[in-house]
Write a protein that binds this ligand. Structure first.
Ligand code: UDX
Length: 443
């Protein structure tokens, strides 16, 4: 099939590459000309394992190209995917101006029947608005559909080529047949529904996953007080198929480009129809507070943070990405600086992006985890990059001024901690806490 994907952000670029990989002819459009030029040269503006290789091989096979000429791209394809950003407005609502702009462009360039599919996460009712907008501009036949995207950063290719399900929301039989055919090579789990339910599935899914995370984080806080181990609690819960083991990793809360934005947007959507989504509001609040666990634990270990040197390992909102959007590290480092601390920060790939968010004289940027930890009063682990788990803790402890560690992602095992000299704090594992080199029983 001939496909156009408008927007070459995470969702658009990965979708375009994967549609070409399964045998379609794909044109990706972006209004940023320098980005298009970069993509045409085979360079990828984001870090995503496997993406560049797959992109280049499909470009070489003549199945994938990039352009800033939206009119031509629309005319050459049967299916047009809208994959532009829907960032949060200050009140939490999704900003739909990019989606609407694209709808106007589509209406302006429509010359024959097309299926217009929204992949961007948009509030319920947006696809109806897109249809009305295009209809107000063009007399040509077209259908609209909502096919939400569920890919995760860091495993985007795998998630797109082997999705758990594909949701197709549309009222048109013609669109259903075509979109089924397009997606069938990817999965048999096709959920065919109406547009509004499809739009809702995306928000409900992300809100539910965020709820699981805040739930286990609250359980971890209780575990610390009653002397239980949250990792064992999560394991014991996870074997129950009704609960499932995924997304029960306690830590310092979720970040990224989706959960924070989509939970806020769903609270807004509910509010617009006079529904107070109390549960989700609590999920958001718990997530915000959870970040401060790192600060509380540091204060418990060091007292005042003024004048202290704190090493921070991990700036990205999760491993295998250079994305720092709404990363817990931003809030945590800001708090450290406000408290008068000096920060030595290290991340394998996210430092450049982080510096665009937060960069002051109180932070120094380190090129290895060891350099960051050297001479520090304490070390905070904020992202569970694999390389951190492999560090020799005995050697590390000797390089620090004080061997104090706040492990915000439960990276280290009991064995690693017990053989080290670290005064160790993690999330919801009080049995591993060691004060002055001795295992501490809380109860
Ligand atoms: C998420 C959804 O998973 C995906 O379906 C949707 O399309 C986009 O949003 P992503 O933001 O890329 O994907 O990352 P994900 O792996 O879901 O992690 C989100 C955040 O939750 C990270 O900050 C991660 O550290 C945190 N998390 C995840 C936990 O704290 N505990 C967990 O058990 C799982």
């Amino acid at each position: 099939m001939n496909i156009t994907v408008i927007g070459t952000g995470y969702v658009g670029l990965v979708s375009g590459v994967c549609f070409s990989e399964i045998g379609n002819q794909v044109i990706c459009v972006d209004n940023n000309e320098s980005k298009v030029e970069m993509l045409n040269e085979g360079a990828v503006p984001i870090y995503e394992p496997g993406l560049k290789e797959l992109m280049v091989s499909n470009m070489q096979a003549g199945k994938l190209s990039f352009t800033s000429n939206i009119g031509e791209a629309i005319q050459q394809s049967d299916i047009i995917f809208i994959a532009v950003g829907t960032p949060s407005l200050p009140n939490g609502e999704a900003n739909l101006s990019y989606v609407e702009q694209v709808a106007i462009e589509i209406g302006t360039h429509l010359e024959s029947y097309k299926i217009i599919v929204t992949k961007s996460t948009v509030p319920v009712g947006t696809n109806d608005r897109i249809r009305d907008l295009i209809r107000s501009i063009s007399q040509q036949p077209f259908d609209v559909a909502s096919v939400p995207e569920f890919l995760r950063e860091g495993s985007a290719i795998k998630d797109t080529l082997n999705p758990d399900r594909i949701v197709i929301g549309t009222s048109s039989d013609r669109a259903i047949q075509t979109l089924k055919k397009l997606h069938r090579p990817l999965t048999n789990n096709l959920v065919i529904t109406d547009i509004r339910s499809a739009e809702m599935i995306k928000y409900a899914s992300n809100a539910f996953l965020a709820t699981k995370i805040s739930f286990i984080n609250e359980i971890s806080n209780i575990c610390e007080k009653v002397g239980a181990d949250v990792t064992r609690v999560a394991e014991g819960m996870g074997y129950d198929k009704r609960i499932g083991s995924a997304f029960l990793k306690a830590g310092i809360g979720y970040g990224g480009s989706c959960f924070p934005k989509d939970t806020q947007a769903l609270i807004q959507i509910a509010g617009m129809v006079d529904y107070d989504f109390r549960l989700l509001k609590s999920v958001v609040e718990v997530n915000q507070d959870q970040r401060m666990q790192v600060i509380h634990k540091l204060q418990e270990a060091l007292g005042s943070l003024a004048g202290k040197t704190i090493a921070v390992w991990g700036l990205a909102f999760k491993p295998d990405t250079d994305d720092v959007r709404d990363a817990p590290a931003i809030d945590i480092i800001q708090h450290l600086i406000d408290a008068g601390a000096y920060v030595k920060a290290y991340d394998p790939i996210a430092t450049d992006n982080f510096r665009k968010e937060l960069d002051t004289a109180s932070i120094s940027w380190q090129d290895t985890p060891i350099h960051a930890a050297q001479g520090a009063d304490a070390l905070c682990v904020l992202t569970e990059w694999k390389e951190f788990a492999q560090v020799d803790l005995q050697v590390l402890a000797k390089m620090m001024k004080e061997p104090v560690m706040i492990d915000g992602r439960n990276v280290y095992s009991a064995e690693q901690i017990q053989t080290s000299a670290f005064q160790y704090y993690s999330i919801g594992r009080p049995g591993l806490m060691k004060l002055e080199g001795k295992a501490q029983a809380i109860i």
